[in-house]
Design a protein around this ligand. Structure first.
Ligand SMILES: Nc1nc2c(c(=O)[nH]1)N=C([C@H](O)[C@H](O)COP(=O)(O)OP(=O)(O)OP(=O)(O)O)CN2
Ligand SMILES: [Zn+2]
Length: 149
């Protein structure tokens, strides 16, 4: 069984060498969709009976491990020196430095790697992260799928 939880957040970014508009500093209302695989829990009397994982716990873990850090941050490529140094000059600015250019593809892969460690099977139902989908705009998205990143 697959279940999916959607969480939206805001962040700034730029694609430094982009041929068009995306080289400018700008932001998006990103949407992250977290898809988990697992068997439905059948343990009698537990809160999670009938679920793969409680949607509330899916969200809580994503917030703690990823979204609280990325929401209202500027996501900057480590190699984008001019912008990174500018952001570092702003006292207390919320900046996330990434090892790759913050395209939808790279953000989805980065989110997958972070969240993969966070979703742990505690009910013996083979729970695992299966896919992270990130929408950069309502029309544009990227999928990081287990075994394909
Ligand atoms: N494969 C990718 N292509 C592009 C990415 C990306 O992450 N992966 N990112 C961008 C830009 O960041 C940009 O913000 C998206 O701009 P645009 O293509 O203009 O998207 P819109 O939804 O605004 O375009 P519409 O044509 O209005 O739908 C660019 N490319
Ligand atoms: Zn953009």
């Amino acid at each position: 069984m697959l279940i999916t939880r959607r969480i939206e957040f805001d962040a700034g970014h730029r694609i430094p060498h982009h041929k068009s508009q995306c080289r400018h500093l700008h932001g998006h209302r990103y949407a992250l969709e977290i898809t988990l695989f697992g068997e439905v829990i059948t343990t009698e009397g537990v809160s999670e009976q009938g679920m793969v994982m409680d949607y509330g716990d899916v969200k809580r873990i994503a917030m703690e491990q990823l979204i609280n850090a990325w929401d209202h941050a500027f996501l900057v490529y480590r190699g984008d020196t001019v912008v990174r140094e500018f952001l570092e000059s702003l006292p207390g600015h919320k900046t996330v430095v990434l090892d790759s250019v913050p395209t939808a593809e790279n953000l989805a892969a980065a989110a997958f790697r972070i969240l993969d460690k966070a979703y742990v099977d505690v009910f013996g139902n083979r729970l695992r992260l299966e896919r992270v989908r990130i929408y950069e705009t309502p029309n544009n998205w990227a999928d990081a799928v287990r075994g394909q990143i």
